[in-house]
Design a protein around this ligand. Structure first.
Ligand SMILES: NC(=O)c1ccc[n+]([C@@H]2O[C@H](COP(=O)([O-])OP(=O)(O)OC[C@H]3O[C@@H](n4cnc5c(N)ncnc54)[C@H](OP(=O)(O)O)[C@@H]3O)[C@@H](O)[C@H]2O)c1
Length: 268
């Protein structure tokens, strides 16, 4: 039996993690969500007694602290896997020169995404670390993004989604820093790209944004000619979990940033 905490379990990739992992009745699975009632309603028809929800907002430190206390009550004080999936994905296909025309909006976007995707996760890790250290598996997985890979950006001129990409590059560094501190305790910190996944992130785009997405997709195609478009959340979590299972501190994976396709593989 393993215990898991999944952030952002209300929808998208996080909900698919919740479904995949809770399908094994031996696992205890806790979803950290902003709206517990809505999340409970969403999974009610699954009839799985191994699913629990705790309230938490990555922008609210006290809520994360309460979530750690509530999680410890459910698990008896330990946690095997922490999956830091929640993220603020503020789409935006414009490059810096365009975004810079509205400096206040650009500052707000940079700040918001840094607050959620970086600062929020750092607090989350610190608050849950006492539980993880008492767990038997000791794996902390952060869902980052290939958009935060500097080599990809510079070689294929991916000027789109800059504030988001910066926050993802930063959280990958936070993962490496936590690994530098905790690998000696046997805790595996891993940043994982989930691939391009068909979630709400790409829903309801305006015609203009769809055209811009098309331009970005052409750059992706130059990087990965075999890329056939978004995968499903279910496909993504299956792939991510298999890489997580194959990774360990002993193998030198601590603090690494891998793709859902595996170590050293392309992002899509
Ligand atoms: N989809 C992709 O192609 C793709 C590619 C690369 C990386 N990713 C990463 O994968 C992760 C999941 O993406 P997704 O596509 O499933 O996104 P999504 O459909 O937009 O879902 C985002 C999740 O994060 C939660 N969240 C957002 N802000 C939060 C906050 N302040 N506190 C707590 N939870 C918060 C949301 O909760 P609410 O329901 O309460 O809003 C939701 O559960 C993200 O980290 C994203 O950056 C996605």
């Amino acid at each position: 039996m393993s215990s898991y905490l999944i952030t952002g379990a209300s929808r998208g990739i996080g909900l698919a993690f919740l479904d995949n992992i809770s399908s094994n009745p031996n696992n205890v699975v806790i979803g950290l969500v902003r709206n517990v009632a809505a999340s409970e309603a969403k999974v009610a028809s699954w009839n799985r007694s191994n699913i629990h929800f705790v309230q938490g907002d990555l922008e609210n430190y006290e809520s994360l602290k309460s979530a750690a206390t509530a999680t410890a009550k459910i698990t008896g004080g330990s946690l095997d896997y922490l999956i830091a999936n929640a993220g603020l994905v503020e789409g935006g296909f414009d490059s810096f020169s365009i975004l810079g025309k509205d400096p206040e909006k650009l500052t707000a976007s940079l700040t918001r995404q840094f607050n959620v995707n970086v600062t929020g996760n750092i607090h989350l890790f610190n608050l849950f670390m006492p539980l993880v250290l008492k767990g038997t598996v000791k794996k902390v997985v952060t869902i980052s993004s290939g958009m935060g890979d500097m080599e990809l950006v510079r070689k294929y001129n991916i000027s789109e989604d800059a504030p988001y990409s910066i926050s993802k590059a930063a959280v990958s560094m936070a993962v490496a820093k936590f690994s530098a501190e905790y690998a000696r305790d046997g805790v595996l910190f891993l940043a994982m790209s989930p691939g391009v996944v068909g979630t709400d992130v790409y829903a309801d785009l305006s015609e203009e944004d769809q055209q811009k997405l098309g331009i970005m997709s052409q750059k992706f195609a130059a990087y990965a000619p075999d890329f056939k478009g978004p995968i499903t959340p279910e496909e993504s979590v299956k792939a991510v979990l298999s890489v997580v299972e194959a990774s360990s501190v002993a193998n030198g994976d601590g603090g690494a940033f891998y793709s859902h396709l595996g170590k050293g593989e392309k992002w899509l």
